[in-house]
Every structure is written in C-alpha cells, then in structure tokens.
Design a protein around this ligand. Structure first.
Ligand SMILES: [Mn+2]
Length: 243
C-alpha cells in the first residue's frame, strides 16, 4: 500500500523534442517529492527506449538518472508504452523502478489501481494495430538487439513516425479518446476490483466515474501541454506544469 498522493504522468516522449523541453521534464521530476509521495509513469516516457544488456540509450540518460534518484525516496512505477516497451530488467535492477511492459497493478489510497498505456486499443487503422503487433513480438526485439546501438537507435529515429501515434489531427485524437473511454468503462465493468483505471496514449486528458467511486483517468500528455495528474483519497487533480 502506497501513500496518499500519487503523481501520474505519461507521454513525455523525451528525446524527440529540443532538450529545453526535456529540461522542463527534469524540473518536474525534481518537484515530484513536493507534489506527492509516489510516482506512476504510464508509458512513452521516452520517444524510444531499449534496454540492451550492457548499454543504455544515451538520449535517456538524464531522465533515467533522475528516476533512479527519485526511486530511492519514494515508490516509482512505470509501464511501457508503444515507444518504450523494451525496458527489460534495467528499470528494476539498475534504477529501482517497478516496471511492467504491459500493465501494472498496485494498491494506493485504499484503491486497487490498474495502469496501462493503452496502445493497440483505440487506433483507427489496421496498419497501426499491425505495427503494434510487430513491435511487441519477442522475435523483433531479439533481432533488434543484434544491431549495434548506434545503428539501431538511428534506424528507430528515422522510423519513429511509423510507431502508430504520430497524428496531430484533432478529429482522429478525439475519436481515439472516445473509444478509449468506452473501452475503459467496459474494463471497469468486467473487473469490479479496479477502483482506478489509468490509461494514456491518446494525448487527451480524461476523467470519468462510470461507476460510483470507480474512475477512469487519462492524465493527458506531458509533451502536449505538460499535463499530469495527482490522485488523493479525496479527488483527482488534472494539472499542467508551469514551472
Ligand atoms: Mn503511446
């Protein structure tokens, strides 16, 4: 059982944007101990992360180092997103972060919380779902691991728009958000033990209480407006970081 103020953030897509934007995220991590007493990162923290056996991706070094420091002060949990699902044992063993590639369950504030990134659920196009299936396949990461990191990461940089959520089309995002909310409600209906279901990926903040005291939350995307959320026993706060 964790504490009383859970900070939730996702979709920072670090490494894709100017480092000034990454700096803001590091400033946010510095403030997390003032905002809450546990942190959940719900996928796509990085625009790309791959845990090699002996090498870590250079673009993620500063955020990974910050998280390792933070994880010595408070529980830090992380799920993989479609951009950074290849966390392997790095997060747990080297950073002290509880990491699950697909979904994570834990108890906080008297609630059973289920968090998953949400890719492969609300996409419109078959091609996106196929892409998700390829990138999630164990053979794909087995083969990728054999490529030299400088070549492999460069390859992904050039392909990253194909990782299925590159659209900024408002109508597409809106429809994805509606579909995700419906999926979330069905999941809450199917599993009455879930008190809070956290999903991300659509980059659209959302909060609903389809059943009394049982909520669905999408914190929104850090990269689109520096959105995050704080869950307390009394309420869910949807916020934007302005420091
Ligand atoms: Mn995503």
């Amino acid at each position: 059982m964790l504490g009383n103020r859970l900070v939730i953030v996702s979709d920072a897509h670090l490494g894709t944007v100017p480092t000034e934007s990454d700096d803001r995220f590091l400033a946010f991590l510095d403030q997390v101990p003032d905002l809450g007493d546990a942190l959940l990162i719900n996928g796509d923290l990085f625009d790309f992360w791959f845990s090699y056996r002996r090498v870590i991706p250079r673009a993620g070094f500063r955020a990974a180092a910050s998280l390792a420091v933070l994880a010595r002060r408070m529980p830090v949990m992380m799920t993989g997103g479609n951009h950074d699902r290849w966390g392997n044992t790095f997060w747990q063993q080297d950073a002290g972060v509880r990491y699950e590639p697909s979904e994570i369950r834990f108890r906080a504030m008297g609630l059973d919380i289920l968090a998953l990134h949400g890719d492969g659920i609300a996409e419109e196009h078959r091609s996106a779902r196929i892409m998700h299936r390829i990138t999630r396949h164990p053979l794909t990461s087995w083969a990728y691991r054999l490529i030299h990191p400088d070549l492999g990461i460069g390859l992904v940089d050039r392909m990253s728009t194909r990782l299925a959520d590159s659209t900024r089309d408002a109508a597409v995002l809106e429809r994805a958000s509606v579909r995700q909310a419906a999926w979330a409600e069905a999941r809450l209906a199917a599993d009455p033990s879930i008190g809070l279901l956290v999903m991300s990926h659509t980059h659209r903040p959302a909060l609903a209480e389809p059943f009394p005291g049982r909520r669905y939350l999408n914190p929104g995307a850090w990269i689109d407006g520096r959105h995050f959320a704080i869950v307390t026993p009394e309420a869910v706060q949807q916020r934007q970081f302005d420091a």
